[in-house]
Design a protein around this ligand. Structure first.
Ligand SMILES: [Zn+2]
Ligand SMILES: [Zn+2]
Length: 158
């Protein structure tokens, strides 16, 4: 996934912020540290690191919270999506879930493994069900109207 010339797009859940990466990515990682848990509201952070010269904010730009003396974290001020971890002026780590095609990335490394949430190791053994696990749920999902921005660039939104 480090081929020159690759293009990746993505954005926040509401679509107020859209970005484009034109160029190679550095690596993809998860981080189990307490700050990544808190900043994402999830069990870990998952990021793709890119050189800033390959990153363009195409619509809007993240707001930031300075989470430590050496890093800040970007988020959408309109919808709250956690979007970046920024620890140098040269690089930005972008949350994998923000990319339009998150499945593209395979993980290179897991940081702060000593702090891994205990449930993760057993995740594959948790009973697995589809999103809609009953006919009623399936109907409800078919009828709901999503306000999430689609996984592609749009000229106007909403
Ligand atoms: Zn947003
Ligand atoms: Zn972390």
């Amino acid at each position: 996934m480090d081929e020159v010339g690759e293009t990746f797009s993505g954005g926040c859940q509401c679509g107020a912020i859209r970005f484009r990466v034109e160029g190679p990515v550095i690596d993809a990682s998860v981080c189990h540290c307490r700050m990544c848990q808190k900043a994402t509201g999830g069990l870990f952070g998952a990021y793709v690191a890119v050189e800033n010269r390959y990153l363009q904010w195409k619509r809007g730009a993240p707001a930031h919270f300075r989470s430590s003396s050496v890093a800040q974290r970007g988020f959408c001020p309109a919808c709250g999506t956690p979007m970046t971890f920024e620890w140098t002026h040269e690089r930005t780590a972008i949350a994998i879930g923000c990319f339009d095609e998150p499945d593209y990335f395979t993980l290179d490394v897991a940081y702060a493994a000593e702090n891994m949430h205990p449930a993760i190791a057993g995740l594959v053994h948790v009973p697995a069900r589809p999103l809609a696990d009953t006919p009623e749920a399936e109907r409800a999902y078919q009828e709901l109207e999503s306000f999430q921005h689609p996984d592609n660039d749009t000229s106007t939104w909403p």
